[in-house]
Design a protein around this ligand. Structure first.
Ligand code: ATP
Ligand code: MG
Length: 773
């Protein structure tokens, strides 16, 4: 046996060794699904499969790079660089470049990012004279995006009365027209948006059988990670490409499906067995990532979901510390607690900054964390949010570069035609846009032909427009011989961009100049890297494509040591020794926007499962007592997800002396009034779970018996039971007792109870899980 195969357990080795056929690996978090894909590719190559014949689709390009590096180590040669490996978007953008002419696009088509698309939609809404409060451009964008991902083209839209009716019902009867105009304008600009990269790939494979065959033959072995989050468009591409050889291996976890809101379709995983012949189903059950406490706490959460596949996840790792729960007064305090805790743990356990992650539900929560980390001089990096390439000054440089490659690119042109200011006013731009729409040409082409169309543009402005065009043309000529770095540097200087920022002189202006320098350095690195690969040129087109599809995750060179901050959605597939999940509050997590149906709430719960299972050694959950939301300070309530974790996995920190506030309510979150207020941890309840692998018999039992919902003999979180003095009750931890008195009302209602064993305690009914006897 090849030595690397010994780095897999038996269950993992099976799908690795099955060379041909269709197979699906369904398994919980941290059980080695991604590792199986990696080793499987190495194994295929060692069995003589050519790297050129393997296609592997991952969730981020960073994951793809890491897998490639690992594979290169295992197979011990440079073949791995020939693997087609990356996100759906980056792989199929590459394929579309080769085939673009078949669809009527130039091979140097631009990729519009979300910002470009939204700006264009916003412009169209304005041009059509529609009310921008009814037609909110972001909403319109996501609606169009979901049509594209369901393969509903403009034509299909207008053939479907139900869709049109639905849009009319939501007071947007002209949505279809916006959709049509948007698609036309993108096409005319030689641009594809993110969704087009999938939609057009589908179109290509459907309309051109010879192209389909070519890629079917090429990609003889296909592998897909995070299959649970593929959307319909992605599903169809995979299906088409794998149809001939049916050598397809997908891995996923239904419990980690968290992109339904963006069209991910869990049925892709559930129906896999119907889609291919002789599908082999594999399950992995051992988690290698996390401590026993974390694994079991995560299991106890996901069990609350009704819609899920039965799965066993266990670990042979040590128990580890319990999950720390802390309540803070405000988000500022929350930030300080997290930063302080990172600081301490880093010292105490000799960890690196990169061993810590702070995860949140919404991007806006990062600010308080950032402030606190900065004060403590802890380096951090925020993933997501506004990426480097979307900063204004960077986007300005990139827009010039995009014009060099594709002068029809309307969004790029509109951005820089008068920046830095060169006296071309909005009226002129509007006239050009109208003419461009009228003649079905790009704005650039209209300017090139100004002498032939009378647009009532005066001589002076005409000259300015011509100068602009001539400048772009001079860059284009340069692009025929020079590399991307040389052109970018020339653009930054000759367009006056750097000059403009220097003139500005403010610290912000200087920071922007530094950013442009960073961009230029990045381009230089790119060019040098590409030159090493001999067969590619380091051209501007390639650089721009990389940039358009880059996520912040991809930019991470991993060479500097920083705490990672990101939304839970972005954290999928990653792992960190210490994980802080902040903002564990009702209406924030679960989000107020995702609680109206069971399926939405279950998606939020899966999101929490994803968050918790990122942690290797220790997890922290924090929540605040009040938080600014939509500009108002509102009372916050702890998330129901905290309640849903079995007590025995939790360790409550309660307000200590050095906190600068008195708790608002005189109880801890489980409603217990604790006289020994300043103890650090809750006393242990129940014995820790067994540390050995369960026997086969136990596993069988677990598989059969695992209930889909928790047994509910006690009041659940938030449910205030009606109690009176004299009632006999039972508490999970304190046993039986008699109610002495009741005070407060509604959410603050408390009961004083005399417990047979625990003595007299005052409990906040909202949290006390009491059973009326
Ligand atoms: P997720 O569901 O979060 O994507 P996953 O199932 O893809 O998780 P991996 O990321 O492949 O899991 O593995 C989790 C961790 O366990 C990784 O650090 C991996 O290297 C390690 N691991 C997996 N299998 C083994 C093994 N057989 N021996 C040692 N370590 C392993
Ligand atoms: Mg994985």
């Amino acid at each position: 046996m090849e030595s690397y195969l010994a780095e897999l357990n038996d269950a993992q080795r099976a799908p690795v060794l099955q060379k041909d056929g269709a197979m699906i690996v369904i398994a919980g978090a941290g059980s080695g699904k991604t590792r199986v894909l990696t080793y499987r590719i190495a194994y295929l190559m060692s069995k003589g499969v050519d790297a050129f014949n393997i296609l592997s689709l991952t969730f981020t390009n960073k994951a793809a790079r890491e897998m490639k590096t690992r594979i290169a180590k295992i197979v011990g040669n440079s073949e791995a660089k020939n693997l087609w490996m990356g996100t759906f978007h980056s792989i199929f953008a590459k394929m579309l470049r080769f085939e673009a002419d078949k669809l009527g696009y130039p091979s140097n088509f631009t990729i519009y990012d979300t910002q470009d698309s939204q700006r264009l939609i916003s412009a169209i809404i304005k041009e059509m004279g529609l009310d921008k409060d009814v037609y909110k451009y972001k909403q319109v964008y996501s609606r169009i995006s979901s049509y594209k991902n369901s393969l509903i083209t403009v034509k299909a839209y207008f053939q479907n009365p139900e869709l049109m009716e639905a849009d009319a019902m939501s007071k947007k009867p002209r949505l279809g027209e916006i959709y049509r105009e948007y698609v036309d304008r993108c096409f005319k600009a030689g641009a594809m948006d993110f969704d087009d990269l999938l939609l057009k790939t589908n179109e290509l494979l459907n309309r051109f059988p010879e192209v389909l065959q070519k890629y079917q033959n090429r990609f003889r072995y296909i592998l897909v990670d995070e299959y649970q989050d593929t959307n319909h468009s992605q599903y169809l591409i995979v299906k088409a490409l794998s149809d001939k050889f049916q050598n397809i291996c997908v891995v996923g976890d239904d419990a980690q499906s968290i992109y339904a809101f963006r069209g991910a379709n869990i049925n892709n995983i559930l129906n896999f067995q119907k889609d291919y012949d002789n599908v082999q189903m594999y399950r992995l059950e051992q988690n290698y990532r996390s401590s026993k406490n974390i694994v079991e706490a995560a299991n106890s959460i996901i069990e609350k979901n009704k819609t899920r596949l039965e799965k066993v996840v266990w670990t042979a790792n040590e128990n580890g510390p319990r999950i720390v729960v802390n309540r803070l007064l405000t988000d500022g305090e929350e930030g300080r607690f997290v930063a302080g805790s990172i600081f301490e743990n880093r010292m105490e356990h000799q960890m690196k900054n990169g061993d810590f992650a702070i995860l949140y539900r919404t991007n806006a929560q990062s600010r308080a964390m950032e402030d606190a980390l900065r004060k403590k001089d802890i380096p951090y990096r925020i993933y997501g949010g506004l990426s480097f390439y979307q900063r204004k000054e960077i986007k300005d440089v990139l827009s010039y570069l995009r014009l060099v490659i594709n002068p029809k690119d309307e969004e790029a042109l509109k951005r820089v035609i008068n920046y830095p200011a060169r006296g071309i006013g909005q009226t002129t731009i509007d006239r050009l846009t109208i003419a461009a729409n009228h003649y079905k040409r790009s704005i650039y082409e209209i300017i090139e032909n100004l002498d032939r169309i009378d647009l009532k543009i005066n001589r002076g402005t005409k000259t300015k427009l011509e100068n602009f065009i001539n400048m772009v043309k001079s860059f284009q000529i340069m692009n025929e011989t020079a590399d991307a770095f040389t052109i970018a540097e020339t653009v930054a200087k000759k367009t006056g961009l750097l000059q403009e920022l220097k003139k500005d002189g403010t610290p912000e202006g200087i920071a922007k100049i530094e950013n442009i320098e960073e961009l230029l350095n990045g381009i230089r690195d790119f060019v040098e890297e590409q030159k090493e690969l001999a067969d590619v040129t380091g051209s501007l087109t390639e650089f721009l494509e990389d940039v358009a599809l880059a996520t912040d995750m991809d930019k991470d060179s991993g060479d500097d040591d920083r705490v990672a901050l990101m939304t839970i959605h972005l954290a999928k597939g990653l792992e960190f020794p210490f994980v802080y999940i902040v903002g564990m509050e009702e209406d924030l997590f679960p989000s107020a926007m995702s609680m109206s149906t069971r399926s939405e709430l279950e998606e939020e719960r899966r999101l929490f499962y994803v968050a918790l299972t990122r942690a290797e050694k220790k997890a922290f959950l924090t929540y605040t007592q009040s938080r600014y939301r939509w500009g108002k300070l509102v009372d916050a309530e702890p998330s129901r997800f905290i309640e849903e974790i079995d007590d025995k996995y939790l360790d409550f920190m309660i307000p200590q002396d050095d906190y600068k506030y008195k708790p608002l309510i005189d109880t801890d979150i489980f409603g217990e009034v604790d006289k020994s207020k300043f103890r650090q941890t809750k006393p242990s309840s129940g014995t820790p779970p067994p540390s050995h692998k369960p026997t086969e018999e136990q596993l069988q039992k677990l598989r059969k018996l695992r209930p889909a919902t928790s047994p509910g003999n006690s009041a659940s979180a938030g449910e205030v039971i009606k109690l009176m003095a004299g009632d006999e009750v039972e508490h999970m931890r304190f046993g039986k007792g008699k109610v002495l008195s009741i005070e407060g009302a509604g959410q603050d209602k408390k009961a004083e109870i005399d417990f047979e064993t625990g003595g007299i305690k005052k409990l906040l009914l909202k949290f006390a899980k009491l059973k009326l006897l």
